[in-house]
Design a protein around this ligand. Structure first.
Ligand code: NOJ
Length: 755
């Protein structure tokens, strides 16, 4: 179909709309106009073209991360057999292929362009796990908005974010992409990100459609091994793992991605209970569902049958779009002919995709996000500034003995480590379009401030098979040489900064680790440096909690910086020199030993709770039960002191608001920001309840010597939990309220919810 016949077609649709709105039908809402438009369009579509809308492909040359390779993409676009494309490298390519869809396909239906924009687009923000440590919803929403602005200016309509999978297992590499272990915080972050991406209206050129993922429970993969099975009680599912997805739906997310794993025996991608029953019927989700990469095909490996069977299963479960696998395109016609699927199910899915395209403004203007030039509502400078603040706020100070930090200007500084001067690794996982030229490494940022001695010192890893999988190139110098050079520079200085951790390939998708120690190659370097007897400041660039027993005993200071993004290097340098006082707090517990995993702060008490020195209690013989650094933990260059909690009442009724007050004082020498956390424990209930659950937090900035009283307000909604019938209820009785600087160090006060 050429351009003029497409225009004719759209004009005829428009005419019928005008005619309809003139009739007694009373069509005046945007929604009705959209429905008529889509009805009219669908009435002209062949069954194959409808299936085409459900087909999401990757560009021929793109990185292939699943079992299927898409070929002949342009030809399929021309035939109307593609609904969308993702992870295309350039705007130019997007524009050309949109031209093809609009001008060459019979009905000229525009394509939807998706992309893994996970923590920024050109300007890269800290990895989501890092950003979550800011506990700053406004900041997080702004980073999503900035990512939307940059991505949409590049022709992207749809981002595969936020990933809201709760995880209690740092072996799973994808913890880097999420917001940690807590459902309350995870829900707020999910909401903030959806709002940031989608803005007030999807058809605004600067808005992009969000896609919450991976529904469901992907973060609970057994043994932390990516893609692995999930088997979980329904109470746990509803109480801990599902709330952030629900929060995204409540915030109006327009699309949902399935998970690779099975859930209690049924692969998520073919799981009717999850999609039709829970997501759509119970939660009222109206958008569309896309599979993860070849997830329908992979149901074959799960043992659910051939592609025809699994495609039908997926459609039946409520899935609308098939990512890469082309099972819908190639098998559903036959299933309808055989009678195993209804044509109306395909219609429904097609309608949902067209609705999304309509909402995104693509029918008004297929090039709405593909204009040559666009003025951004946030300038480039503002976005860079945001990246800087995001990086500052993501850093968590884990240790600072004898105030070794911040540095004094007169000190001679050595900086060593394989991550000190790597732009790619400070950007982190899932960076497809990051601007390397604008990225500063820690070394570069330090050199902009002062003179430092530098040496790489070690390989990222000495594990040859891992190196192959993560495409790591070994240094031409051998380990001994690297180490010797580092010792030489360290010996000339007063203090040593060791920048260690993980490169960008060691976390994210398909990057599970059975051992979460710092790699031996880097540990060896650290141990040699320790022998010199100078204070060591360990700067960590990584994407998951690590086991840091040795490091926590032998390093003077530890600053967890994650992969901090474009401005990560500068933020680290500025924190080290005290321009910014670190304020981040962990959102995942750091275990002492990998054997403690899964380890999380909101665990349940057992019938034999831990008692020091008592054998027959729930414990390990060899390590304490507690984490090395708990959820909510993070130091500052200053110190804060908490007063006792006072309550407006120690007995409340179900219409009351409980108000808790606590005074916080800055007792140190620096101005600082404290994130004060409120936890609740339900002392007696009809089901077993966690030892504590986060229910609120407040950030407060205090000058040295200053104190402020902060207040938290709670209602019975905050006391609700999922009972044995999977209902959200509160039960009268005793509660413990805790407020403190982290999940372990709190003040406590009890109250009672009266009958
Ligand atoms: C697989 C990943 O699980 C998912 O998060 C990502 O969005 C898709 N691939 C597309 O790249």
């Amino acid at each position: 179909m050429n351009k003029s016949s497409r225009v004719l077609l759209l004009t005829s649709i428009l005419m019928s709309l005008i005619w309809l709105s003139g009739c007694e039908l009373g069509i005046n809402s945007t929604q009705s106009i959209q429905a008529v438009f889509i009805d009219s369009l669908m009435s002209q579509m062949t069954f194959e073209e409808k299936l085409g809308q459900l087909n999401l492909l990757v560009w021929d040359g793109s990185l292939q991360t699943g079992s299927v390779k898409n070929t002949g993409v342009s030809e399929k676009v021309e035939k109307g057999l593609v609904g969308g494309l993702f992870n295309i490298e350039t705007k130019e390519e997007r524009k050309n292929i949109q031209q093809l869809a609009v001008e060459k396909s019979r009905l000229g239906i525009p394509l939807l362009f998706g992309q893994d924009v996970i923590h920024g687009h050109k300007t890269v923000f800290p990895i989501p796990l890092g950003l979550s440590c800011s506990w700053d919803m406004e900041l997080i929403q702004l980073t999503a908005k900035a990512a939307a602005i940059e991505a949409s200016a590049d022709g992207i309509d749809w981002v595969f974010s936020p990933m809201v999978d709760i995880s209690r297992d740092p072996r799973w590499g994808r913890v880097a992409e999420g917001a940690g272990e807590d459902p309350y915080l995870g829900s707020l972050i999910a909401q903030a990100m959806v709002n940031g991406y989608q803005g007030n209206s999807l058809n605004h050129p600067e808005s992009v459609m969000a896609c919450v993922k991976h529904f469901a429970l992907y973060g609970a993969a057994e043994a932390g091994r990516d893609y692995n099975s999930v088997d979980m009680s329904e109470i746990k599912m509803h109480q801990v793992y599902l709330p952030p997805y629900k929060a995204a739906v409540d915030a109006g997310v327009e699309s949902v991605m399935t998970a690779f794993n099975d859930v209690n025996g049924i692969p998520a991608t073919g799981n009717k209970k999850l999609f039709n029953d829970l997501l759509r019927d119970k939660w009222g989700f109206n958008g569309f569902v896309v599979t993860d990469y070849t997830a329908i095909n992979e149901m074959g490996n799960h043992g659910l049958g051939n592609l025809s069977t699994t495609s039908t299963l997926a459609m039946d479960a409520g899935i609308d779009m098939d990512m890469v696998g082309e099972g819908f395109l190639n098998t559903l016609k036959n299933s309808v002919e055989k009678g195993t699927l209804l044509a109306s199910q395909v219609d429904q899915a097609c309608r949902r995709i067209l609705e999304a395209k309509y909402s995104l403004g693509l029918f008004d203007d297929p090039f709405i996000r593909l204009k040559e030039e666009r003025r951004h509502s946030l300038s480039e400078g503002k976005i860079m500034d945001l990246a800087y603040h995001a990086a500052l706020q993501s850093c968590v100070l884990l240790k600072n003995d004898q105030q070794v930090l911040p540095f004094k200007t007169s000190q001679k500084i050595a900086i060593v480590g394989p991550l000190a001067d790597s732009k790619e690794d400070i950007l982190g996982t899932w960076v497809l379009n990051g601007d390397l030229d604008k990225t500063l490494t820690v070394l570069e940022a330090l050199r902009n401030r002062t003179e430092v001695f530098y040496s790489k010192g070690a390989e990222i890893t000495n594990n040859v098979s891992m190196a192959k999988l993560i495409n790591y190139q070994f240094d031409p110098k051998n380990s001994k040489q690297l180490q010797k050079e580092a010792i030489d520079v360290a010996s000339k200085s007063d203090v040593i900064i060791a920048v260690l951790g993980e490169n960008a390939q060691m976390n994210g998708e398909a990057a599970s680790l059975a051992d979460i120690n710092i790699q031996e190659s880097q540990q060896n370097l650290l141990k040699e440096l320790y022998k010199i007897g100078k204070p060591i400041v360990l700067v960590l660039i990584n994407g998951r909690p690590l086991t840091l027993e040795w490091e926590s005993k032998h390093c003077s200071a530890i600053l967890e910086c994650w992969s901090g993004g474009t401005q990560g290097g500068k933020a680290i340098a500025d924190i080290l020199f005290g321009d910014y006082n670190p304020s981040g707090k962990l959102t995942m517990s750091f275990p002492r030993s990998v054997g403690q995993i899964p380890l999380y702060y909101n665990y349940k008490t057992t019938g034999r709770p831990f008692i020091e020195q008592v054998k027959y209690t729930s414990r390990y013989l060899d390590v304490p039960n507690t984490p090395l650094f708990p959820f909510g933990y993070g130091l500052s260059y200053t110190t804060f002191e908490y007063g006792d909690i006072t309550l407006n009442s120690e007995e409340i009724y179900d219409n009351d608001t409980l108000v808790a007050y606590v005074e916080i004082k800055n007792t140190g020498m620096y101005e600082g920001v404290e994130t004060s956390q409120l936890y609740i424990r339900d002392m007696v209930a009809t089901v077993t309840r966690p030892i504590k659950e986060l229910k609120g937090f407040k950030k407060v900035k205090l000058r040295p010597g200053e104190s402020k009283v902060i207040e938290f307000r709670l209602t019975v909604d905050d006391l609700k939990f999922c009972n044995a019938d999977l209902e959200w209820v509160y039960e009268p009785g005793d509660f413990m309220l805790e407020i403190g600087t982290n999940s372990q160090n709190t003040k406590q006060k009890s109250f009672r919810l009266m009958d």
